[in-house]
Design a protein around this ligand. Structure first.
Ligand code: ATP
Ligand code: MG
Ligand code: MG
Length: 491
């Protein structure tokens, strides 16, 4: 049980790290600032953090920002906010784009030592040759000529006219090794370096150089990068640079809640979901909003362990951890969905005191009584004259008529009647309750994935601070939002 920064134990251990030295484990989390952080990023960040906490060492957050076309300042900030919310603190926070000088120097060295060349073939020609395992003419140019062309990439060539390619093996069974592109010209404005650079390293090159020069000892990636390991190692060997240990784990995604930008962005553009904090999404912002606690995410992720098979986890597995986290601090309140009036004769006049929690010490509140109470539509519809119910914390009521529902208060003696939560009509407040369902069902967008219902709550609700966690009894756990709203966390 490794205690984390937040002071609780994770309850789970990951397998030992190959070659780890106490105090000397350096990991990095390298998100690209091209989207909002999500549950998959949380997995990578938490695993990286866990090992540094376990062995001692250093955590690096490195914004992997060498593709100015998709990157935005807003995303750098969103990633930092998300990680802070998760409670992960870094020893070093940096950007790959801070190191362009180093990356260019290593690129030039590759050209000089003939480990790379400049290729002026068209994009589709390059991919055709790579499919056919056939080297192109450019790969046979003299290193001296390559060096001139490399220099020209910084000024004369236009985007697409020249790329630098790693001299791998065009005959390799591993397609990644067939002379991959390591630098290309992109004429887009970079969020941080603006127009300063136009030649940008590709992912494989940048990550290898950065990991090695940042002193990373153990570099984690998701499984689909496995084929790229050979290229990563080969680049560092050619440059005589130290190689970190590469380790792979499975991508994490929830059933019916895709993390991919390719799927999420159109939903936002078509206004099917409002924004990246929409509670149906697997983004960290959405999780925070709906009332998922960071420690529940951490426990959930560590409970999955270090599997390599891709995990399509049910959201319910995370909910189970969250329920444990929030139960003892969620105050219980009465809420009626589809509020329906029940007029009660002989109702006691004095307010009742209700405990805020059945077992935890969360105090109590007073609730006024009223001749008419609101109960949920479902409860109301199940009642017929002669039935008896117990209004929670108040007493029994015998139903005398349906249609316009009426009843008689019948005291407190008999036990065993169905218990119903109620809200006194006179002091009831209407709020909007946001209820979420899976975003995708059978691969299709679920039009009923978000439901907003007007419900009745007892007045105490309005006295709670925004963000307070509550449980509406016989409904589920919710989080108070500003503006007369509540959001369902889970049942
Ligand atoms: P995408 O661009 O599709 O969101 P990515 O892997 O390119 O995915 P990055 O921002 O580059 O996203 O990822 C940063 C780190 O987080 C990487 O180490 C990556 O392996 C890891 N990561 C991203 N998505 C997941 C996921 N679903 N499960 C586990 N780790 C993930
Ligand atoms: Mg990426
Ligand atoms: Mg991403």
């Amino acid at each position: 049980d490794a205690p984390t920064d937040a002071g609780y134990s994770t309850g789970q251990a990951l397998p030992p790290l190959e070659g780890a030295q106490d105090g000397g484990v350096v990991t990095r989390f390298p998100p690209e600032p091209s989207g909002y952080p999500h549950i998959g990023h949380a997995k990578a960040a938490i695993i990286n953090e866990w090992y540094v906490d376990r062995y001692g060492g250093k955590k690096i957050l490195r914004m992997d920002d060498t593709n100015p076309e998709g990157e935005r300042l807003e995303y750098y900030a969103a990633i930092k906010v998300g990680l802070e919310w998760l409670g992960i603190r870094y020893d070093v926070i940096k950007n790959t784009s801070d190191d362009m000088g180093l990356l260019y120097a290593k690129g030039a060295e590759m050209i000089r030592t003939n480990h790379a060349y400049v290729c002026t073939c068209k994009r589709d020609e390059i991919s055709r040759n790579r499919q056919r395992k056939a080297p192109c003419r450019c790969s046979r140019a003299e290193p001296g000529k390559n060096h001139d062309m490399w220099e020209r990439m910084f000024e004369k060539y236009k985007p697409g006219e020249a790329v630098a390619r790693y001299r791998g093996d065009m005959g390799s069974e591993n397609t990644v090794m067939r002379d991959p592109i390591i630098f290309r010209i992109i004429d887009a404005r970079h969020p941080l370096t603006l127009d300063r650079y136009r030649v940008w390293p590709g992912y494989d090159f940048a990550v290898a150089i950065e990991d090695s020069s940042d002193g990373v000892t153990h570099a984690f990636r998701t499984k689909e990068y496995e084929l790229r390991d050979q290229l990563y190692c080969s680049i560092l060997d050619d440059l005589g640079m130290r190689k970190p240990v590469l380790l792979e784990f499975a991508r994490l995604e929830f059933e019916g809640m895709p993390v991919s930008k390719r799927i999420l962005r159109p939903l936002i553009e078509e206004q099917k979901v409002a924004w990246y904090d929409d509670p149906r999404l697997p983004t960290l912002e959405a999780m925070r909003r709906r009332g998922i606690r960071p420690e529940a995410i951490r426990r959930f992720i560590l409970s999955l362990g270090f599997t390599k098979s891709n995990t399509l986890a049910p959201f319910g597995a995370l909910e189970a951890f969250n329920r444990k986290a929030v139960d003892a601090t969620s105050i219980r309140l009465h809420m009626a969905r589809r509020p329906t009036e029940l007029a009660v004769g002989g109702m006691p006049a004095s307010p009742v005191r209700l405990a805020n929690h059945p077992s935890a010490d969360l105090g109590s509140r007073m609730l006024a009584t009223d001749d008419t109470v609101l109960i949920s539509g479902d409860d109301a519809e199940s009642l017929a004259p002669g039935d008896c119910i117990r209004l929670m914390g108040l007493g029994n009521v015998r139903i005398t008529s349906e249609g316009r529902l009426t009843g008689e208060y019948s005291g407190d003696e008999m036990k065993g009647y169905p218990i119903v939560q109620w809200v006194p009509r006179r002091v009831a407040h209407k709020i909007n309750l946001i209820i979420t369902n899976r975003l995708f069902v059978d691969g299709k967008f679920n039009e009923d994935s978000l439901v907003v219902e007007e419900v009745a709550v007892e007045p105490h609700y309005l006295e709670l601070a925004d963000d307070t966690e509550i449980q509406f009894v016989r409904f589920g756990y919710c989080r108070k939002e500003s503006g007369y709203r509540a959001i369902m966390t889970h049942r």
